[in-house]
Design a protein around this ligand. Structure first.
Ligand SMILES: NC(=O)c1ccc[n+]([C@@H]2O[C@H](COP(=O)([O-])OP(=O)(O)OC[C@H]3O[C@@H](n4cnc5c(N)ncnc54)[C@H](O)[C@@H]3O)[C@@H](O)[C@H]2O)c1
Ligand SMILES: [Zn+2]
Length: 339
């Protein structure tokens, strides 16, 4: 397991090389309470400030961004200040956005503390804040200046639901990128036994895709596997007053999009069976009645990635290999999922 010392060692060398003297650590109240002295080793080399946000998605807003911009300006920080995002995806997305805009851009890094952020949000250069009715409604593509090794020991304090949510995204990487990882996950007794090399596979896989398609014009859509139906289930549950974590909705999306892949003849039947056996062991899967499906379809139609009656899907060809950008008529989705 990688220790926190490694990230601090790399940061120290980087700050010295780049002559960085002022570092602002952006974090949320939970992470700050659990790990108040995590970066104290850096104090020898630079001046550390902490900016602590209320925990939760509602902090990912323009109001919070303004507060942080004001804070940086009041402290008279110039473009040489370094922002260190220490938290989950909320902190990474918001911090990346602030870094990309303060004085037209300052240097920053993510040191993620949730499984979801380690394998997804902290990687790939997408930053953003939510508008009142539009998640990630405003944002930038802005890449961190140093990629730190993850410290999976931080996951020990993560609530079980959050860990399982990250695990949903991790299963996605296995399905689209590595049959070997999938088999390894099938043998896992508990999510708590996840090994760092499984996380590293996901991080490297995403980095590799993002390098080829940084601005999300085509290939990167492969990372949306499970998300077309997953997002619809996430919205459906939120509307029903029983919201669920993103990765738990994605896991259900993986289930139904694998089923669609098999029904359309992309994915061999025996591989679908393995997926159908594995996912319900870790995740509750919503039953699709005609009524539920109708509601999901409306959410899919409203998704910005889709046009009219055609819904964009990534399909699995095999466990470990996916192909993006199929446009499927709504009627076909309904027929296939109800029969
Ligand atoms: N930029 C991208 O590519 C990308 C990709 C996926 C998700 N995201 C974004 O990520 C966000 C979700 O991220 P998240 O799931 O990490 O949520 P989060 O950052 O809100 O963290 C979830 C909860 O866990 C707590 N927490 C964090 N680390 C902890 C630790 N080590 N121990 C105990 N508690 C801890 C937090 O305080 C919070 O209450 C969303 O805003 C989503 O849009 C971005
Ligand atoms: Zn996701």
């Amino acid at each position: 397991m990688m220790s926190d010392k490694e990230a601090i060692k790399q940061l120290t060398a980087y700050f010295q090389r780049e002559n960085i003297r002022n570092v602002v650590i952006l974090t949320d109240e939970n992470v700050n309470r659990l790990y108040p002295d995590y970066f104290s080793g850096l104090q020898e080399f630079c001046q550390l400030d902490h900016y602590v946000l209320p925990a939760g998605e509602s902090s990912k807003s323009i109001e919070t961004a303004v507060k942080i911009w004001d804070y940086l300006a009041e402290k008279q920080y110039d473009r040489n200040v370094f922002l260190l995002n220490f938290g989950g995806g909320m902190v990474c997305d918001l911090g990346g956005f602030v870094a990309s805009t303060y004085k037209r851009g300052i240097r920053f890094a993510n040191h993620p503390t949730t499984l979801l952020a380690m394998i997804d949000a902290a990687v790939g250069g997408k930053t953003g804040i939510n508008l009142q009715y539009l998640k990630n409604g405003v944002g930038t593509f802005y890449f961190s200046d140093i990629q730190l090794p993850v410290d999976s020991s931080l996951l020990k304090t993560l609530p079980d639901e959050e860990l399982r949510s990250g695990f949903g995204e991790l299963v996605k990487y296995a399905l689209i990128g590595s049959e070997e990882l999938f088999q390894k996950l099938c043998k896992l007794k508990s999510i708590n036994d996840l090994e760092t090399d499984s996380l590293e596979f996901c991080i490297n896989f995403k980095r590799n895709i993002v390098e080829k398609d940084p601005k999300d014009n085509g290939l990167r859509h492969i990372l949306n596997f499970g998300h077309t139906i997953g997002h619809a289930i996430e919205s459906y549950c939120a509307e029903a007053g029983t919201p669920i974590a993103h990765g738990l909705a994605v896991a259900q999306g993986l289930y139904y999009e694998s089923l669609l892949s098999a029904k359309r003849g992309h994915l061999p039947q025996n591989e679908w069976q393995q997926i159908a056996e594995f996912l319900p062991k870790h995740f509750q899967i919503l039953t699709l009645t005609e009524d539920v499906l109708l509601k999901l379809v409306v959410f899919m139609q409203n998704d910005k990635k889709n046009t009219g009656n055609l819904i964009n899907f990534t399909f699995l060809d095999h466990i470990g290999h996916a192909s993006p950008n199929f446009q499927i008529p709504i009627s076909e989705i309904q027929n296939l999922l109800l029969t």
